[in-house]
Design a binder for this molecule. Structure first.
Ligand SMILES: [Zn+2]
Length: 417
């Protein structure tokens, strides 16, 4: 094989003519600079739409694109970057077969970056690829943008979940939509208000809105009012995850109130016990360690109100494990009756909320909405928002979430998926 062909193979370049390869000393290591030009089929095309377009001028002259490292050396692709005049997009830089429009990196480099960002730690990606995490963010945006044009994530939706996710330590919010059937994230946008939810239904379009049978969400009115407006015939459900979350919050409120009271009365042992009780009352009983289970038994003996609150939370959780819908309905009503007269303000308040949402809560059970899945995707998005810290925009965070949870992540370069 001629050496030029070997280079083309090694670099994974298609539709490209290699003119020259130079190996230079650069800083601490060596760098390989590969001078190329697009093959004749690829020449003179618009960088945005790829249609044939007449040459406009030389543009910025010679340009370099970072390519994947070759062995231990840094590698660059170097070529002219002329501009063309597209009938639709005006004067733009001509398309090149080795890189996406407006990028300083090759396709293979960007694909690998995405794969790593989805599968490895931030530090590992930035260090291995020798670029900043912020740069990784803009690469993710570009790759995700391209992938979203090719795949229609919104087709065939019948059962969806809408949720809000906070990021930047609760300063900002995303609204996300998941497909309950595939368990995939299908849409995300910054903001948490009625308008954001409505813009999802706009993107879905009137025809496909009619196909939506059920929508699950939390109890926030900004979501449910938008859902009622856009898909009036769909069954609204309350995510089990949020119901249990509210019970956990109420339990914590009871514990804190008792702790404050114990401190007021200078009952320091009780105060300490209550503080330590946090984890064992939060956890689900099957996950308790032996020590935590013992502690729970002590709470059972010593502290009536806290134990009652704990049982209320657990009982509410049991409703989602009922064998039949009828059983769940009976359990929920029994729970409501108990919570209303439990003399714990946090739970009587919760009982009022749950009474108001009873239909939606039962609908989730009737439709067999799997809580495990909703909670899992919720947890995953939360983890991603933490990793996305350092990106310059919400779009980069959304791109990382979509690439990870929508099945859009490209395979590693030159491998069959
Ligand atoms: Zn064009």
């Amino acid at each position: 094989m001629r050496s030029i062909r070997v280079w083309a193979r090694l670099l994974g370049l298609r539709g490209t003519v290699i003119e020259e390869v130079n190996v230079n000393d650069a800083g601490e290591g060596t760098e390989v600079v590969v001078a190329v030009r697009p093959g004749w089929r690829e020449r003179g095309r618009c960088g945005i739409c790829g249609r044939r377009a007449g040459r406009f001028d030389r543009g910025g002259g010679r340009r370099r694109w970072r390519a994947l490292d070759l062995g231990t050396s840094l590698c660059w692709i170097e070529a002219d970057a002329p501009r063309v005049c597209c009938s639709k997009h005006g004067v733009v830089v001509a398309r090149v077969p080795w890189a996406r429009h407006d990028s300083r990196f090759t396709r293979a480099f960007e694909d690998q970056c995405c794969w790593l960002a989805v599968n490895c730690s931030k530090k590992a990606v930035a260090e291995l690829m020798r670029c900043s995490w912020r740069t990784v963010g803009s690469i993710l945006e570009r790759v995700c943008g391209e992938a979203r044009l090719k795949v229609d994530l919104l087709s065939g939706l019948t059962s969806i979940g809408i949720d809000e996710i906070s990021y930047r330590r609760g300063q900002r919010y995303l609204t996300v939509v998941v497909d309950h059937h595939s368990g995939r994230l299908v849409w995300a946008a910054p903001g948490r208000d009625r308008q954001t939810v409505l813009s999802f239904f706009d993107a879905l379009g009137q025809e496909r809105c009619k196909e939506i049978e059920s929508v699950s969400c939390d109890m926030a009115s900004w979501i449910s009012s938008a859902v009622a407006e856009a898909v009036p015939d769909a069954q609204r459900c309350v995510d089990p995850f949020h119901v249990i979350g509210l019970a956990t919050d109420a339990l914590d409120e009871v514990r804190r109130e008792l702790w404050r009271e114990a401190r007021r009365e200078k009952n320091l042992t009780l105060a300490k016990d209550l503080k330590g009780a946090r984890f064992c009352v939060w956890k689900n009983p099957e996950n308790l360690t032996d020590r935590q289970a013992q502690k729970l038994a002590v709470i059972g003996k010593l502290n009536g109100p806290l134990y009652r609150a704990y049982l209320l939370k657990e009982q509410l959780r049991q409703i989602y494990r009922s064998a039949t819908y009828e059983e769940a309905e009976a359990l929920l009503d029994a729970w409501l009756a108990w919570a209303r007269r439990c003399r714990l303000p946090a739970f009587t308040k919760l009982a009022r909320t749950i009474t108001a949402q009873r239909d939606g809560i039962l609908a989730a059970i009737r439709l067999g909405l799997s809580n495990a899945r909703v909670e899992q995707i919720n947890t995953q998005i939360r983890l991603i928002t933490r990793r996305a810290f350092g990106f310059h925009s919400a779009d980069a965070l959304i791109a990382l979430a979509m690439l990870t949870l929508s099945g859009l992540c490209p395979p590693l370069p030159d491998r069959v998926k």
